[in-house]
Design a binder for this molecule. Structure first.
Ligand SMILES: NC(=O)c1ccc[n+]([C@@H]2O[C@H](COP(=O)([O-])OP(=O)(O)OC[C@H]3O[C@@H](n4cnc5c(N)ncnc54)[C@H](OP(=O)(O)O)[C@@H]3O)[C@@H](O)[C@H]2O)c1
Length: 328
C-alpha cells in the first residue's frame, strides 16, 4: 500500500483526498520508484484544481515531477537503490504522477540524480527550475553573454522566475526582475537581481511594433501583453525565451522586431525535452544555481497542503518554490 493525493471528479467538479492505494493500481512502467519529494508547479495548480482541463481520466494522482529511489527495475539502466528524477513526459497529467509515495515510470523518462544534489534539492528545483535552466541555456546558445546588457526576468518572484534570477546572477548577468509584488523586492535582490521593476509597465498592449531598445534577453513566464512588449523592447540581435503563460497565452504582435532588429523568440519546452538536453540542464544546475539561494526560495509542504497551494499558485500568490515531502 502507498499514500497518494487522489483527485476525483463528480459531475465536472473535482475533489481531492489523501488515500491509501494498493500497489496494483500503479500505472504501467518498467521502473517502480519510492518517491521522496515532489513539488507544486503552475501546471500542478491547473491539474489539482481542475482548471486546465488537462486530466482526461479520474481518479487521478497529480504531480508533474518527483525524485526518489528505485525499488524495482525491469530495465538494466537502473537498479534498486538508484536515485532518480522525473520531470515532464506528461506524467501527472495523462499518467499518474509524483504526489504519491510510489510511482511507476518508463526507464527512458528518468534522469539519474546528479551526485551534487539531494532528492529534496532536485525537487526544490523541480520542473520550474529545470525549465529556467533550459531557458538560460537557449539564450546563451543564441549569443547572450554577461557583456550583452540587461537580462529581464518576468514573473520574477514565481518558481521559474526565482530560479532564473539566481542562475543569471550567479553567471554574472545584470538581472532586471519584473514583479507585481513589492513585498518580494528584498527577496529578489537577495537572489541577485540588480534592478527591480513593476510588472504593470508591461500590462498594456504594445502601441508600436518597436519601442526603445533595452533588453539583451528575457526569461518570460508571463506571456500575453508582457511578452509582446518585451519583444518590442529587445535590443538588436537579442532573444526572448518564452517559458510560460501566467499572464495569458495570446501573443498579439507584429513580425517587425524579428525583421528589423533580428530579435529571436525562443520556445522553451520542458515536457518532451530530449534526454541529452535534460542531462545537460541538470548538470548545469549543479554549477549555476547556488544551493544556499535554492533554500532561500523554497518552502516545504505536506501532501495534504497541496490543494491549498495549488489554488494559491494559480493566483500568483506563491513565492519561489514549494517542495512536497510525500512521506511527512
Ligand atoms: N515551458 C515549459 O516547459 C514550462 C515549465 C514550467 C513552467 N511553465 C510555465 O511557466 C509559468 C510560470 O510557472 P511557475 O511554476 O514559475 O509559476 P508561478 O510560481 O506561479 O510564477 C508565475 C509568476 O508570474 C507572475 N504572474 C502571475 N499572474 C500574472 C498575471 N496575471 N500577469 C502578470 N504576471 C503574473 C507572478 O510573478 P510576480 O508576482 O513576481 O509578478 C507569478 O509568481 C507558468 O505559465 C507555467 O505553466 C512552462
Amino acid at each position: 500500500m502507498f499514500k497518494a493525493l487522489v483527485i476525483e471528479s463528480t459531475g465536472g467538479t473535482v475533489s481531492t483526498s489523501i488515500q491509501n492505494l494498493d500497489d496494483v493500481r500503479l500505472p504501467a512502467g518498467n521502473v517502480t520508484i519510492a518517491v521522496e519529494y515532489s513539488t507544486v508547479n503552475y501546471k500542478d495548480g491547473l491539474v489539482v484544481t481542475g482548471a486546465g482541463g488537462l486530466v482526461k481520466q479520474y481518479p487521478h494522482v497529480p504531480g508533474v515531477d518527483f525524485a526518489g529511489t528505485v525499488i524495482q527495475s525491469g530495465d538494466p539502466t537502473y537498479k534498486p537503490g538508484d536515485k532518480v528524477i522525473l520531470t515532464g513526459w506528461r506524467v501527472g497529467e495523462v499518467r499518474w504522477g509524483g504526489l504519491s509515495q510510489k510511482a511507476a515510470a518508463n526507464a527512458e523518462w528518468l534522469v539519474p540524480l546528479p551526485s551534487g544534489l539531494t532528492t529534496r534539492q532536485a525537487m526544490a528545483i523541480g520542473t520550474a527550475g529545470f525549465t529556467a535552466m533550459l531557458a538560460v541555456i537557449a539564450l546563451e546558445a543564441h549569443g547572450l553573454t554577461p557583456k550583452s546588457g540587461e537580462v529581464l526576468v518576468t514573473g520574477a518572484a514565481g518558481g521559474v522566475g526565482s530560479v532564473a534570477t539566481a542562475i543569471l546572477a550567479k553567471r554574472g548577468y545584470q538581472v532586471v526582475a519584473s514583479t507585481g509584488r513589492p513585498e518580494t523586492h528584498e527577496y529578489l535582490k537577495r537572489l541577485g537581481a540588480t534592478t527591480i521593476i513593476d510588472r504593470s509597465g508591461f500590462a498594456d498592449p504594445a502601441k508600436r511594433p518597436l519601442e526603445g531598445e533595452r533588453w539583451a534577453a528575457c526569461v518570460d513566464s508571463v506571456g500575453g501583453n508582457t511578452l509582446a512588449r518585451v519583444l518590442a523592447q529587445t535590443k538588436y540581435g537579442g532573444s526572448a525565451a518564452a517559458v510560460g503563460l501566467a499572464g495569458g497565452s495570446k501573443l498579439d504582435h507584429t513580425v517587425i522586431p524579428f525583421l528589423l532588429r533580428g530579435v529571436n523568440l525562443l520556445g522553451i519546452d520542458s515536457v518532451m525535452c530530449p534526454m541529452p538536453r535534460r542531462v545537460e540542464a541538470w548538470h548545469r544546475l549543479q554549477s549555476d544555481l547556488p544551493l544556499d539561494l535554492l533554500e532561500v526560495m523554497t518552502i516545504e509542504a505536506r501532501l495534504d497542503e497541496v490543494p491549498r497551494l495549488a489554488a494559491e499558485i494559480l493566483q500568483g500568490q506563491l513565492r519561489g518554490r514549494v517542495v512536497v515531502d510525500v512521506n511527512r
